[in-house]
Design a protein around this ligand. Structure first.
Ligand SMILES: C[S@@+](CC[C@H](N)C(=O)[O-])C[C@H]1O[C@@H](n2cnc3c(N)ncnc32)[C@H](O)[C@@H]1O
Length: 276
């Protein structure tokens, strides 16, 4: 199964319309209503270059320089993973929990889609880390464009290392989780995304295996942890969290396709359960 948006974007005529609208700085409705409008030679040449790159498999989001996520447009380029619709489930779970100016950490922020969305939807103060400086440039640009620079801070480094003296109410991570042998090759669009954003090691859980033991130092006792991974690895991910957080309530949550997609772990307050 896949999303309606993904299916539409796989259709060459739809891609062509999106790319032409981008080159002409119009929308697709305008194209439909102005089939006889003239494009300059320069516009036609730029359009043909984009179509040729798309035929090779380059993700449409890189060609357009933008990707939609949770109702906002995010600047993207080849330095970041294109934000995925399934990751919006993590946002829903985080928003159900966050009250007021809670402190949130997004580990492996990429384009900043998770960090910026949480900051935009709440009053939270959001920190985010990434091992890629180029990705952090994109994330900072997105927080600036969305007017969130005062509540989003971005740190370069490994997992939680740059923020290990802090404590958070919510920690979210969508780390690379494709097993190395399964990382796609061209012309699969995923092959054009940074290897650092896709390759999760031999079983897809290498990054999480290093991240989880470091979480008790940075999560509040009544905090919420949300980790996205590949459906076949979710049971193992949940059991890793259970061992590290014996007092937390752990559940496996599904994506739009009904596939196990992320694990939710939250500490129980004396007054009862807090996570929705
Ligand atoms: C799957 S992408 C997710 C990006 C973004 N959070 C999203 O959901 O669209 C994983 C991100 O983790 C980053 N990353 C990989 N290894 C890392 C590490 N050891 N420490 C911090 N970030 C890392 C990658 O650079 C990439 O931006």
């Amino acid at each position: 199964m896949t999303t309606v948006a993904a299916l539409l974007s796989e259709s060459p005529p739809v891609d062509a319309a999106l790319l032409l609208a981008h080159v002409l700085q119009r929308n697709r409705a305008w194209l439909a209503a102005h089939a006889d409008a003239e494009a300059s030679q320069e516009e036609a040449a730029r359009f043909r270059v984009l179509c040729a790159r798309r035929r090779k498999g380059v993700p449409i989001a890189y060609l357009l320089g933008t990707a939609g996520f949770y109702g906002r447009e995010f600047f993207v380029n080849e330095d970041v993973l294109v934000p995925r619709p399934e990751t919006e489930h993590l946002i829903d779970a985080a928003l159900a929990f966050i009250k007021g100016p809670m402190r949130v950490l997004d580990v492996g922020t990429g384009s900043g889609a998770i960090a910026c969305t949480i900051a935009a939807e709440t009053q939270a103060i959001v920190d985010a880390t990434d091992a890629s400086n180029a990705a952090l440039d994109v994330a900072r640009e997105n927080s600036h464009r969305l007017g969130l620079s005062d509540r989003c801070r971005f740190y370069h480094g490994d997992l939680v290392a740059p923020v290990q003296t802090n404590r958070y109410d919510v920690i979210v991570a969508n780390l690379p989780y494709i097993p190395t042998r399964d990382v796609p090759k061209p012309p699969d669009p995923v092959s054009f995304e940074p290897r650092l954003a896709t390759d999760g090691g031999p079983d897809g859980l290498s990054l999480y295996r290093r991240l989880i033991p470091s979480l008790p130092e940075v999560i509040n006792e009544e905090g919420l942890v949300l980790l996205e991974a590949a459906p076949p690895t979710i049971t193992e991910l949940a059991s890793m969290l259970r061992s590290t957080f014996p007092n937390f309530t752990i559940s496996v949550e599904k994506d739009y396709a009904g596939l196990d997609r992320y694990v939710k772990a939250f500490g129980q307050s004396s007054s009862g359960l807090r996570a929705g």
